[in-house]
Each structure stands twice: as C-alpha cells, then as structure tokens.
Design a binder for this molecule. Structure first.
Ligand code: CP
Length: 351
C-alpha cells in the first residue's frame, strides 16, 4: 500500500521540527538501514544536523563520557575510521581500532565468541567486514549495538544515510527527486538504491551487464518503491540514466584486483564514466556524488569531481556528524547532561 508523510524533508522543515523522542533507538543494531522506517532514518538525520550545529559552537559535547566504541576493520579505511574515531572523541567517549590478525580473529577465535568478548568491554561495535554474513553473525552474538561500517559484498548504509543528510543540507527535498547510480552493482550501488528508495526517492541504476544490481537488492528496492509510489529504473544506458537525475552518484570500479581485471573493467565500464560529455546531458542543477576514495580518470574525471556540481567533500564531512547521531542514539544516555547546551538533545535521548 502506498504510504504518505505529511512533513516535507527540506532542511527548513527538519530544522523547524522539534527533536523527536530518541530512546526507541537505544540498544538497536544498525546492520541495515532497511530495519528502520523512513521517519526513523529522518529522525537520525535530524539528530545529526543538531549535533553538527552544536559542534560549530562547542568542540566537546560529552554525552558519552566513559563509553567505548570498538571499530573492527577487515579492510582499509580513511573516512570511516577517522570519522568514527574523532566523532566518538567529540562525544566524550573513546574508540578502539581493531584489526583481524591483531585480534584472535580470524582463526583462533570464532566470530561469535569475538562478539561476546567485545561486548564485555565496549558499548557499541562498528564493523567493516568483507561479507554481510560476518556482520550479521557479530550482531547475532553481541549484546551491544553493532553498526555496519561497510559490508563489502552487500551494502554501506552509514555512507548513504549521511549522503541523504548532505542532500537535505544542500537544500534538496527528497520527495520527487531522482537518484541515479552509475557503475558496478557493488555495495555502494546497493546502498544508494536501498537507502534512497527507502527515503522515497526515484532511483535509476546504470550498471554493466557483467555486474548488475543483485536480485535480492532489486526486490527490496522495488518493495520500497511500491510503498512510496516511486520507481526503480535499471538500465545500462548512462545518458538515459542521467537525463532525469537530480543526483548522479558513482563509486570505484575496482579495488585490489590484478592489472588484467582493471584493464577489462576500464573497457567494460567506459560508457559509465562521469565526464564532461555525460554531464552535458544532465538536468540543470544536477549534483555529483561519490563516496570516495575515487580513481580520477576511471569512474569520474577531474572537471566533474572538482567542479561546481560536486558534493564530495560535504559528503565526507557529514560522515562524522551522521555517525555521531547513530552511535549516540544506539548507545543512549542514562541522565540528563548538566550542560544547558546539551540538554535539548539529552531530553530527546531520554524520551
Ligand atoms: N567512503 C568510505 O567509506 O571511505 P573509506 O573507505 O575511506 O572509509
């Protein structure tokens, strides 16, 4: 059945609305944003915008004094690691960086026992894993909230939800807007399609035939679209994909594969490169998005990523604010802070 939401999701509307009750987030996992309603996701974005505003006035907002965040990374990271760690410090807490090989994981201790052990020491665990199965296993056995910092074979929802914050901050309404993703049907493609369809946007996905949007993701996105009366369009035609898009999103075409694979993917994906010629086919006012890191000259050219339509550095900056909101809402607080500046958010966290 088609749902409706009276309140628009413009920045003005979010700023005008009071902070919603947030205690209902306490103790939950953020393994997938599909476990959250659209209103809940927007409540987290609202909290992130309030925390960002507070941060512009106060460097330290110690809601989580004495709390710890574990950060388990199977894969390297610049943005995710540093934004979670600095965000946790700003919240008055502490983050612990954990690398397999330095833990007993993998091999000498199971994922389940690792989750049980870490639950004794930290208040929440953020994990970047190569597979969604490991992330789900951590969540199943941990007694603390587990947050998806990217499941390499499935999704990266903390990135795409912070991207929604960036769109809203830039003055864009989600309703009636179209998000187009160009590139491989990888975890970033999945997340863009899942998150923005959940938030009520039309979604277009342009992938090479060899690396399509996975069927399970397509089904979930179509369910979201049915709920809001929006559309998922799947194509391999980049010009068609960008023609009606308000936002054009791309991500890496390759990671650590051998040189022969890289040469093949460059040939295969050439038509999906976001460059000056493709950009000339976009609507006036269209914005460019990339989760980073980027390989300039592959999925995007310099004049686009560095050009006036690009939002990439705002996107990177917002990772910290959105993640602070998620960590704070999931860990929660027991007492109203003494600092009057922290009290409005504190009251929402307790209600
Ligand atoms: N976008 C993103 O997650 O970046 P990192 O790989 O640097 O964390």
């Amino acid at each position: 059945m088609k749902q409706t939401r009276a309140a628009a999701t413009t920045l003005d509307a979010l700023l005008a609305a009071p902070l919603p009750p947030l205690a209902r987030f306490r103790g939950r996992d953020f393994v997938t944003d599909q476990a959250y309603t659209r209103d809940e996701l927007l409540d987290l974005v609202k909290l992130a915008i309030e925390l960002k505003s507070l941060r512009s006035r106060k460097r330290l907002t110690p809601f989580l004094s004495g709390h710890h965040l574990g950060m388990l990374f199977d894969d390297p990271s610049t943005r995710t690691r540093v934004s979670f760690e600095t965000g946790m410090t700003e919240l008055g807490g502490h983050a612990v960086y954990l690398r397999p090989g330095e833990l007993h994981l993998p091999g000498r201790e199971s994922v389940a026992d690792t989750a049980r052990a870490l639950s004794q020491f930290v208040d929440a665990l953020m994990a970047r894993t190569q597979t969604r199965a490991v992330l789900q296993e951590l969540a199943e056995h941990a007694t603390i909230p587990v947050i998806n910092g990217e499941a390499g074979d499935y999704d990266h929802p903390i990135q795409s939800l912070s991207d929604a914050m960036t769109i809203i901050e830039a003055g864009g309404a989600l309703e009636g807007a179209t998000m187009a993703f160009l590139g491989n049907g990888d975890c970033m493609c999945d997340s863009v399609a899942l998150t923005f369809s959940r938030l009520g946007m039309d979604v277009t996905v342009a992938t090479p035939a060899e690396f399509p949007l996975p069927d399970a993701v397509r089904v979930a996105v179509e369910d979201n679209c049915r709920a809001w009366g929006t559309r998922l369009v799947v194509t391999d035609d980049a010009v068609d994909a960008v023609a009606s898009a308000d936002y054009v999103y791309t991500s890496l075409w390759w990671w650590e594969e051998p040189a022969e694979y890289v040469a093949e993917v460059r040939r295969r994906n050439r038509h999906l490169q976001v460059n000056r010629e493709l950009w000339s086919r976009t609507k006036p006012g269209a914005r460019f998005m990339h989760c980073l890191p980027a390989v300039r000259g592959d999925e995007v050219t310099d004049e686009i990523i560095d050009g006036p339509a690009s939002m990439v550095w705002e996107m990177a900056a917002n990772r910290k604010h959105l993640q602070k909101a998620v960590v704070l809402a999931l860990i929660g607080i027991d007492e109203l802070p003494n600092d009057p500046d922290l009290r409005p958010i504190g009251r929402a966290l307790l209600s």
